[in-house]
Design a protein around this ligand. Sequence first.
Ligand code: HEM
Length: 455
Amino acid sequence: MARSAPTLLAPAPAGSGLAPVMGDPGLPYLGYALDTIRDPAAHFRRRRDRYGPVSWGNFLGRPIISVQGPEAAQTVLGNPEKAFASGPGWHFFIGPFFERGIMLLDFEEHLRHRRIMQQAFTRERLTAYLERIDDSALRSVDSWRPGRARLLPLFRRLTLDMAMDVFLGLEPDRARLRRVERAFMDAVSAGLAFVRFPVPGLRWSRGLKARRELTDFFTGHIPAKRAQGGDDLFAVLCRARSEDGERFSDTDVVNHMIFVLMAAHDTSTIALTTMAYYLARHPEWQERCRAASRAVPTDRVDIAVLDSLTDLDLVLKESLRLCPPVPLLPRVAVRDTSVLGHHIPAGALVAVTTYSNHRLPEHWPDPERFDPERFAPERRGEITHPYAWSPFGGGVHKCIGLHFANLQVKAVMHRLLRSRSWSVPEGYTWELDMSTLPVPKDGLPVTLAPPDPAP
Ligand code: HEM
């Protein structure tokens, strides 16, 4: 941990009554990147103890103001004064690889695109996607043989197979899937590359190459999609219109497809892996969820069946609390503004610290404990702020795929619970690799077995 003398980022305007943001730069160039990646909860706790909830530190050559706690999250994400922009914030991390994805658009333009994209996430569309999700879940999970297995790569493949089918309407073709999977992983991991310009063979340059491959891949499929239509998200985006009759250009469709696939694939993989981890460490919860899944009288799932799996819902919520797939949300201040009484100068890069917010002891008693019942209706009063739990963000950029993700993750878990049990050795705890989005370093090795016969 680097530790240098506290300095202020910029003086607060005279007479404003605001406090300046205090902090320190950390290591040359890296700043606090290594601390943030190694253990974000501990890093942000140290910053809170030293500076309070708003402080600055360098991160890969740039000062970032971390704003901690649910009130700060609400100010920045809720953004009532339109003082924060998402595009330039995310651009620092993923811009060159996911350019003009919807999360990188702001204000009027974002709203126009979001209205068109919303057509792809109506209840009617979700019902149609769910049939394909369920087919795909059944095919994948049934092919997982009993014995030792690493769940992270299995879930990654499953969600990508699903994305190819539900989002693109393409039959899973192993060779093509592997190329697209590689390209997405390269594009995502480039975001936190330490060397942030193209050097052949390094992450940044692989990310740019991946972006070109993905653009070619989606562009190549546009004419057929526009001509044939279909039920998949790609076809829906090709024909979607806003209330004013506006529709997406080919370039818009390609940019949005690349972004949505990235946004959907890794996040759902992490949610599934986290649930599987906690259910392996807490077999009593695995059995409780299995009993409910087995009690479902039909073999097909629909929205009503998934809604009835309330224990699984609690486990999903608690898993997203303990390991939110998007641990930090960046924004840039588009003009001078304030957070929790601190002056934020125009142009400052700001980060909402979801991962550590989900562990604040004042909002989450015994925060490291896996306790799904925190979310049970009887204990609802314990969650005292609307942004205390915010794995899907908030405000105008709140995850558009939230309901899709809930259905997808629950449908896969339901299938898995019905056809397999899984366990980890006594005392096993995972170590997370936070160098992109949080994933277990060892891929989460488990023993898969047929579940005990139903009592
Ligand atoms: C458990 C799974 C998921 C989690 C935890 C998650 C989390 C998030 C978060 C935190 C944001 C807001 C980012 C910000 O404000 O800076 C977001 C935005 C977004 N998510 Fe998700 N997501 C998940 C699944 C999905 C899925 C399945 C899809 C698509 C089917 C999706 C599509 C999107 C899109 C398009 C945005 C950008 C929305 C906008 O900027 O208007 N996500 N997601």
